[in-house]
Design a binder for this molecule. Sequence first.
Ligand SMILES: NC(=O)c1ccc[n+]([C@@H]2O[C@H](COP(=O)([O-])OP(=O)(O)OC[C@H]3O[C@@H](n4cnc5c(N)ncnc54)[C@H](O)[C@@H]3O)[C@@H](O)[C@H]2O)c1
Ligand SMILES: [Zn+2]
Length: 360
Amino acid sequence: MPTFEVRTAQHTYQSVVERGISAASQQFLPKKVGRVFVVTTEDVWQLHGARLAPSIESLSYEVLFFPGGEVNKRFAQVEALADQMLSNGADRTSVVIGFGGGIVTDVSGFLAAIFMRGVPVLQIPTTLLAQVDAAVGGKTGVNLVGGKNLIGSFHQPIAVLIDPDLLATLPAREVRAGLFEVVKCGIIRDAAMFETLANHSANVLNMEQGFIDKLIAGAVRVKAEVVSADEREGDLRRILNFGHTIGHAIEAETEYVRFLHGEAVAWGMIAATHLAAIRGMLSVEDALRINKTIHAYGPLPSACDLNIGHLIARLASDKKTLQGKVHFVLPTRIGEVSVVSGIDTDMIRRAIQLALENRS
Ligand SMILES: NC(=O)c1ccc[n+]([C@@H]2O[C@H](COP(=O)([O-])OP(=O)(O)OC[C@H]3O[C@@H](n4cnc5c(N)ncnc54)[C@H](O)[C@@H]3O)[C@@H](O)[C@H]2O)c1
Ligand SMILES: [Zn+2]
């Protein structure tokens, strides 16, 4: 059972990648657990509730439904869930289980972080994106009208149970969106994983167990290592933002409707790769290989009509921008990146143009 330890100031916990592990959740809950609250969406509960429910049958539990969707990832929903917890007998011995995609794990994590000033949360992510990214690392939060994830908290889970069997029902587009984050992990920190992704895209896209299980484990290992070294996003955790600087601008510019997060990040990674090549930090050969591999996990919704001036203006207002300085994570070779700021705007413009026109 591949298990990756995440060591943080709050505590150390395991991220376990194993088929069927969602049916063993009780053994990861505290011994003296009180009421258990499963936070999920109706679609996920209908599809997979029968896997989780038997494992908590002997406990006193309640399933709380959340409408799902980015528009509902709001503080009002957290408050509504907290009210439901209270009216269903929650106290400080209660535990929250987040059972869903990244929206559910972000909301349930935040709910657990602030309910009675904090109760434990067990994360059981059900989308590929949440399994390799959102559920591991302790970042929780919700959106404000003015931007995504602007209120939240670090609240590390007691464990993350990653069950690849749950992905069988995930729509193909959601799978590809998650795979872009896996490709990201290869580019930033694991050249061997990148090679698998580059050479076996058909097997991976078919979700063949031999490939997908190893890749999920590889991506979770990268995230666990990076978070353990740098929980609160100093320099190292920033490498996880490869593709996200321009990706966030693209998502915001298209009002979070046209692109799934992973797809916007894919365009952002392509642009950042062009930028690294233009600056002479990355060989043209590696740049071509990276961008070809990203496109192999497409198709990506077109981005060629986006206004590059608008995207550049948005870079400055990104939440990751510190004191007006835009930071880019740029590959220096496959498996290695470096964080660079103070890049000339014309260069950024040129890189975005090359990416969005889909020119190598
Ligand atoms: N906290 C972090 O570090 C972090 C990192 C990355 C992303 N995120 C957040 O994650 C969110 C995106 O997460 P997401 O991509 O998982 O989207 P999502 O949570 O909206 O899930 C996508 C869709 O798939 C459905 N679904 C979930 N599991 C399914 C399954 N097994 N089978 C069929 N359908 C299923 C969901 O109900 C939803 O409709 C964003 O809000 C983003 O901000 C957080
Ligand atoms: Zn991401």
